[in-house]
Write a protein that binds this ligand. Sequence first.
Ligand code: ADP
Length: 487
Amino acid sequence: MARNLRVLFVASEAVPFAKTGGLADVVGTLPNALKDLGSDVRVLMPYYGMVKQGKIPMTTVAENLEGHLGGTGLAFDVKTPESGDYPFYFVERDEFFERSQLYGTPKGDYFDNLERFSFFCSTILPVCQNLGFQPDVIHCHDWQSSLVPVYLRHRWQGAEILNGAKTVLTIHNLAYQGLFYKEKFPLLGLDWSLFGIDGLEYYDQISLLKGGIVFADAITTVSVGYSEEIQTPEFGYGLEGLLRARASALHGILNGVDYQDWSPENDRLIPATFSKGNLAGKAKNKAALMEAFNLDPKLSKAPILAMISRLADQKGFDLVAAMLPELLDQDLMVVILGTGEEKYHRWLAQEAPKYPGKLGVKIAFDNALAHLMEAGADMFLMPSRFEPCGLNQMYSLKYGTIPIVRATGGLADTVAQADPAVGSGTGFLFTDYTPEAFAAAINAALKAYKNQKQWRRLVENAMSQDFSWERSASAYLNLYKLLVEGE
Ligand code: ADP
């Protein structure tokens, strides 16, 4: 098609406004890359308390528009930042979004998340009408915007402004599905006939994500590996049959890395920059990292193994716990940065004092420290049970910090098994989810580390990898074109 595509992103978080996970990085970065390829991309998201607190100057572009909760009309305003690379529109209705968090507190999810996000989805039509924006593609993300494809087919058939719009649903993590009691179904404003096996019903509950999977024109996940895994019972959460049935509409597109933020050559958060050709800075960062975690200076020739992660079952901490004593028996250091589940906070607080100078732990979300760890460590551990894409292994590659990962999802797609003797590969993988298999991969890495020439070759291979957003953006654009032109 000759003219530029008009794309509306509908999402529940985006950097720099509000973030709980990788979704925010995607929504805050991908539109720019799409814009560089000539698309007219706009983003719609809720006006959270967190966005207000960011104090980014905003103007009100529309007042008193009408969204819906079930059959009831509810007023909202639309705000937009005064400047930015592409337009963001924020749906303002304080009753739903003026809260301390996005989805819930440590005590649990907000009780009215169905109301909050079904209302949010309902605002798309009035917003597009008000702005006179006729999207070719509406790109939804995760369960929070999964109702949009449903509404397009079953509520908005007569709406001219959305006529012909195609929908894409990206699943960033199938573990989060937006499940709610069926008694709330009338609040969605849909006919009860849609609460069935071919609609939004999931084991007698409402699954918003399932609605999106059933009705979106295309579904994507954030790596090819994960797109295949979620079609199997082990990873599919009971949706594997549906995903298999929709396999021809299901695509894996790897997330990109924002190399503006994550490049050792120009990282402003680390003491010394470095490059593939000049690794001297990496040694300086290692020294700074050892100091930051109070590690034993006598161990400076030994490798540092790092982990930066949400402390959640998904990330493989049970494997780490099972082999930590044996691991720390060797000539090496381990540093762990994370926040998350209480049980892991307790466990790490217990372990750290047992290994003074060898195990460094920080329970926090600390971006600057994350950069120092990527820059100063020698190896990076990601023994995830499942990993839709994963970012840290890609950062690690760029910083010459050799990843040791479980061969699952995006990890298997981005890390190539090393063969130090021939100088090939970029990291070490293991398949079985067992402490033994994880330990074997670490031991292979430790063995390679002892031969500095071989290790240097792996570091160079790793640092040569390129997972920039441009590649991903082209893949999304091709998909959009296929949908729009393929009628
Ligand atoms: P997920 O989205 O499942 O949490 P990813 O690897 O895709 O995992 O992305 C996690 C992102 O959050 C990365 O950018 C990582 O560096 C960052 N991160 C996670 N935990 C911390 C932490 N405690 N401190 C700083 N950054 C963190």
